[in-house]
Write a protein that binds this ligand. Structure first.
Ligand code: GLY
Ligand code: MN
Ligand code: MN
Length: 425
């Protein structure tokens, strides 16, 4: 990863900090499971954005006006020991951390309490990191949350500030380096999708399809961006279906909401394909309806537009398509409860979300869109009574004049999907 990305990101953050302030960003905890088990560490997105560091227990201090110039930017790392190296392998050395992050002052964690105390005594404002994603459900206290509790108990009279208020507007706006990484994640995702489309046929299990994706991602040093949704037939009408254990049958559609994470940047793809390689007339009708909405909604992303207006435009398109498909009547629409409009029976979720270091990335979706934001565009029509659903999802950079579809090269037209699947036979 280019070190300038992290250097620039810290500089952009400093520009937003109040005079005489300090910011502290902690790594995530390693998630425990049962007994002595644990899951793989998920890097803290803010710490990664500001430093490129993925190692557990790391802490970044930014104090732009620290009296001691050497303490204006400090990274604290876990100090390795021969025993730790034996069990867990290599940990960052100070020199490696300098090269990775562009930060000159790298210290071992043992020095953290003393340096922290010195800086806290100098400043008036302390920025701390909280998870302020609108839809976050937080049952477990994070390392940052624990730190906030301890710091506020120790220094109750400081002015504490929300770092998230500064990080969200920075992170929502993607730099060219970041867009290149998102493009790479989309490219790997596209290659895996093409491989899977050639592999799918009646009789394969959803879990075998998941295994194909896993093989392609891992082979390319990537991982899953999120738990994959591989949903045949009616399973596709369960929005968060993750069982991925049913046999795909002839005549069914298979919804694939699966994408790669590369260098911590996420793609988010959905394609819906016919298990036997050919859409039925009805499936194609619904497919083309969703395809028209995805294409129009990609164009509808425009600087200055509010997210809720973009959503509304798509809902109106879907409403028209549902009438065309015989799934709604004009009478249904005329008599609908405006708080629960009729189209919601077949399209009940958001049209898209910011995408980046998190799949549902941070960003102020209450503010007008700007060039440089990256959005998913994911309209759908769910028809449980007919036993299928179609959802299509691409990832798009909002442009000043023209948007850039990072997934433009991944087959999307019904004929392209059929051709691809025939090629696998
Ligand atoms: N894959 C999660 C989503 O589409 O938002
Ligand atoms: Mn998705
Ligand atoms: Mn999505």
């Amino acid at each position: 990863m280019p070190v300038e990305l992290f250097v620039q990101n810290r500089e952009r953050l400093r520009q937003l900090m109040l005079p005489n302030s300090l910011a502290v960003v902690n790594a995530n905890d390693i998630p425990p499971t049962n007994a002595d088990g644990s899951l793989r560490l998920v890097p803290n997105s803010d710490l990664f954005y500001l430093t490129g560091v993925e190692q557990e227990e790391s802490i970044l201090l930014l104090c732009p006006e620290a009296h001691d110039e050497k303490l204006r930017e400090v990274l604290f790392l876990r100090e390795s020991t021969p025993l730790l190296e034996t069990w867990e392998g290599h940990k960052l050395t100070k020199d490696e951390a300098r090269t990775l992050t562009g930060i000159r002052q790298i210290k071992w964690l043992g020095e953290f309490p003393r340096v922290l105390h010195q800086l806290v005594c100098e400043v008036e404002h302390v920025y701390l990191n909280t998870n302020e994603h609108k839809r976050a459900v937080i049952a477990v206290e994070s390392r940052d949350a624990r730190f906030i509790r301890q710091l506020q108990a120790q220094y109750p009279l400081h002015d504490y500030q929300r770092l998230a208020r500064l990080m969200h507007p920075l992170r929502v706006l993607k730099s060219n380096h970041e867009i290149a990484l998102l493009q790479k994640a989309c490219n790997i995702t596209g290659e895996a999708f093409e491989r899977v489309a050639k592999f799918v046929k009646p009789g394969v299990n959803e879990c075998e399809v998941e295994a194909e994706f896993a093989h392609e991602f891992i082979r390319q040093c990537a991982g899953f961006a999120y738990i994959p949704i591989i949903a045949s037939g009616r399973n596709a009408c369960v929005l968060h279906y993750i069982e991925n254990a049913a046999v795909c049958k002839k005549g069914q559609l298979l919804l694939l909401d699966v994408a790669a994470n590369y260098a911590n940047y996420n793609a988010d793809l959905t394609r819906t394909i016919p298990v036997n390689g050919r859409f039925t007339r009805r499936q194609r009708q619904v497919y083309n309806a969703v395809l028209r909405v995805v294409r129009q909604s990609i164009d509808n992303l425009r600087p200055g537009k509010l997210h809720k207006d973009w959503q509304k435009e798509a809902e109106q398109l879907i409403e028209g398509e549902l009438v065309g498909l015989g799934l709604l009547t004009l009478r249904d629409i005329k008599r609908q409860d405006t708080d629960n409009p009729a189209f919601k029976k077949h399209f009940m979720h958001g049209l898209g979300h910011p995408l980046g270091l998190d799949v549902h990335d941070v960003g102020f979706t209450t503010l007008p869109m700007q060039a440089g934001w990256v959005f998913t565009v994911e309209p759908a029509i769910y028809i449980p009574e007919e036993g299928f659903a179609v959802r299509l999802e691409n990832n798009v950079v909002v442009g000043e004049e023209k948007n850039v579809d990072l997934m433009a090269h991944i087959p999307l037209e019904a004929e392209e999907i059929e051709d691809l699947m025939q090629a696998g036979k």
